[in-house]
Design a binder for this molecule. Structure first.
Ligand code: SAJ
Length: 402
């Protein structure tokens, strides 16, 4: 623990803020986590969690029990402020920075000379300077001299958050060189990966670039799946064969790209450079069109029945998480329901209830379904085999049924 920085205030207790706050709590910092939801604040103060992530329950319990983590509806004075709020997009894929704006305004009255303010939320180029630093400046703080402001984008993979929070390399970019150094020294206290220093704008674009790289590569796999369907070739075999080339590493096709990161972040680049970001935009459109293609395939099969029971396996945005944000599977199930051509049932082992979908067990699905659509490669579904499903029509968007 850095002797200069003992107290931390984390704004936003979601998938990034809560793991970060509890990790810092167990490392001996005195942490206050702030969230707008009274329910979230109460849950955490009881040492419990409101999201699913391996081992997070143990970490939060231990940080709260040690007295090093408290949740609150209001910010408090601290040495370091970490902003980890959502940065979604609005209509027309325009970035919505209102949460960053609100968080910056909320902490401004608590900041004192010598404090460090870090924006971890994935943000368009310029956000750290134009929003966070500017708002603090307007509130009367001397951001050129005695308040340090930096961007350090989170890079953790849901499902591996606690490991990657510590082990991943981190990019730290300050609004000036002094801010970069102060922020980098802070991360070096608890990160075992390398802490790489740059400026805030490069740090912002690095994060967007990482997720756009993945989006473009998944779009390539998704496009291949359409080509293979037309050519009547198994896309999974094709990819595994092509990947035997020493310099080819194709990702896996699926029902589309979901989550709050990869399906969103490329738009932050496109919004600022629409003329230049042609490939990035096309990849987004390819991935976004995949759910409708899957629906078309399901409808073709359903037409052979009067009113079939269609079971959709998985509605989370990817394997072994409970996160439904931007999930292509949710889009597919919703649109299927709206078509009213079948009884649509859903099996999602990671959630207990859903306001719009009827949830079934896997056993029930295997008994009642005429058509089985594999949408997520959850571990529970990996036991399914073609032999086991021989009496069903199977549409496997993840290539797990062998
Ligand atoms: N997907 C495929 N095929 C693949 C890989 C993924 O269809 O071969 C789909 C998934 O099913 C899912 C979506 O892509 O719907 C995104 O999943 P993901 O596992 O690729 O990524 P996320 O969204 O869980 O996390 C990403 C990570 N970024 C990169 O790998 C470059 C993570 O490191 C970031 O911290 C995170 O975004 C974030 O918060 O930005």
């Amino acid at each position: 623990m850095n002797s200069n920085f003992n107290t931390i205030c984390v704004i936003g207790l979601g998938y990034i803020g809560l793991p970060t706050a509890s990790l810092l709590g167990t490392k001996g910092y005195n942490v206050t986590g702030v969230d707008v939801s009274p329910k979230v604040v109460d849950t955490i103060n009881q040492g419990k969690i409101h999201i699913v992530e391996p081992d997070l329950d143990i970490l939060v319990k231990s940080a709260v029990n040690s007295g090093n983590l408290k949740a609150s509806l209001e910010p408090v004075k601290a040495d370091v402020f970490i902003i980890a709020v959502p940065t979604p997009f609005k209509e027309n894929n325009v970035p919505d920075l209102s949460y960053v704006e609100q968080a910056s305004k909320a902490i401004a009255p608590y900041i004192e000379p010598g404090n460090l303010v870090i924006l971890e939320s994935t943000s368009p180029v310029g956000t750290t300077e134009d929003y966070v630093a500017n708002i603090l400046k307007e509130a009367g703080h001397d951001i050129d001299k005695d308040v340090f402001v930096a961007h350090c984008p989170e890079r953790v993979l849901p499902g591996r958050i606690l490991i990657e929070l510590v082990q991943n390399d981190r990019i730290v970019g300050g609004i000036n060189p002094k801010s970069t150094t102060v922020a980098a020294n802070f991360y070096k206290e608890f990160v075992s990966g390398q802490v790489l220093e740059t400026d805030s704008r490069t740090a912002e674009l690095s994060k967007l670039t990482e997720n756009s790289f993945r989006d473009v590569n998944i779009a390539f796999a998704n496009e291949l799946s359409l080509i293979c369907d037309k050519e009547n070739i198994d896309v999974w075999s094709l990819i595994s064969l092509a990947n035997r080339h020493p310099r080819v590493n194709i990702l896996q096709p699926g029902p589309g790209v979901g989550g709050h990161c990869i399906a969103v972040d490329p738009w932050f680049i496109i919004d600022r450079a629409p003329e230049e970001a042609r490939l990035i935009k096309t990849a987004r459109l390819v991935n976004d069109s995949k759910p409708d293609w899957v629906i078309k395939k399901i409808v073709e099969k359903a037409e052979k029945f009067k009113k079939p029971t269609i079971a959709c396996l998985g509605i989370a945005f990817k394997a072994d998480v409970d996160d439904l944000r931007e999930s292509p599977s949710v889009e597919i199930v919703s649109k299927l329901q709206a078509l009213d051509i079948a009884d649509v049932i859903v099996c999602e082992p990671n959630i207990n209830e859903h306001s719009k979908f009827e949830l079934s067990t896997l056993d029930n699905v295997l008994t009642t379904a005429d058509i089985i659509v594999v949408l997520v490669d959850h571990k529970e579904f990996k036991t399914l085999t073609a032999a086991k499903l021989s009496e069903k029509i199977v549409i496997d968007t993840r290539g797990i049924v062998k």
